[in-house]
Design a binder for this molecule. Sequence first.
Ligand code: WQD
Length: 347
Amino acid sequence: MKNSMSKILVTGGLGYIGSHTVVELHNQGYEIIIVDDLSNTSLDVLKRINKITNSSINYVNLDLKNVEATKIFISENNDIDGVIHFAASKAVGESVDNPLKYYINNISSLTNLLNELKDLNKKINFIFSSSATVYGKPINVPITELEPIKNAESPYGNTKQIGEEIIRDLVNSNSNFKAISLRYFNPIGAHLSAMIGELPIGVPQNLVPYITQTAIGIRKELTVFGNDYLTIDGSCLRDYIHVVDLAKAHIKSLDKLISNDDKNYYDTFNIGTGKGTSVLELIKSFENVTGNKLNFKIGDRRKGDVAECFADVSKANKFLNWNSEFSVEDSLLSSWNWEKNINNEKL
Ligand code: WQD
C-alpha cells in the first residue's frame, strides 16, 4: 500500500474537515491515528468514518490542553511522521464573546503538541489548519498569499495568525520540522456518501447549514445579511469550496512535505475554488439543484462582514499540484443530501 510507511496524527480528526481528511488519508494508504477531545463532535463520527472506509481507524480521546496527557500520548506514538492539526475552536462570534477560551484552547493546544513533537528529535511534517480570516479585510481580490496580514477581525482569526507565526518560528529554529499552513476560504458540502458532514450544533452561524436547515424546515426562513454591498447583486461574495476538495489539499500538502528535502521548509497556501459566489447566487443555485424554493428575506448587514473574499489559488495549483474539482452546485447538493440523511427524511 502506498504511504503505509507514514504514520499520520490527525488532531481534531472527528471534526468537519478532519473527518473528511481522515477518509482521504485512508484512501491513500496512510496509517492514521486520530485524537479528539469530543468537545465539538461525537464518537458517532468515528463509526461513520469506519463504515465509509470499511476499516477501524485508531482513535484516542485526548485534550491537547492537558500537558501531561499530551506528553504520554506522544511518547506512546513516537513513530509519527506527519501531523495534520485541526483541533481548535472555530466560531468567530463566540471568540468575540469569550476570547480567553480561544487563546487557551487554540494556542496552548498547539504549543503543547509542538513541544512534545520537538522532543522526539525526529523529522516531522506538520500541516496547520489556518483560514483566510488571517487576511482581515482584503485590499485586493482575488486574494493571493502576498495579501498583507492585517489586524485580525476576531480573536479566532488572531489565534490563526499567531498559530502560523509559532509554526514558522519553530521551523526556522528546528530543521526537524517542515510545515505548511493551509488558509481555507469557505468550506461547504459533505462526503458523497452523506454519512459525514458539518455537524449541526446549535443555531448555524454559517450560510450553507442555515440554508439546508431552512429548506428542511428546522429554521423558518434565512436572513440574507445585506444586499447593499458594491457587488454584482448587492450581496457578499465568498469562495465556497467542497470539503472533499479541501481534504484532498491536505493529502497533496503531505505529499509535498514528504517529498521536499528543503531544510526548514515552511509555506502558506490559499485553498479555495478561485471563484466568488454571492449569497443570492448561492441561494439560486441551491434552489436549482434541489428543486426547493428557499424561504428568505433581506436583513441588515452583519458586523464584520466584508463585501468580497475569494482566493487566487494559482500557488496551490502550481506548487501542490492541487485544484478544486467540485462545483458549488455539487457542494450544495452534497450538503442537502447530508441534511436529509441526518434528519432521516426523504422530502
Ligand atoms: C458567508 C456569507 C454572510 C449566514 C466564516 C468565518 C471564517 C471561516 C468560514 C473558519 C456572508 C452571509 C451568513 C446567514 C447570511 N470559518 N450569511 N445569512 O463569514 O464568510 O466566514 O466561515 O475558518 O473564519 O468568518 O462565512 O457562512 O458565516 O457567511 O446572509 O444566516 O453569508 O453575511 O456574506 P464567512 P458565513
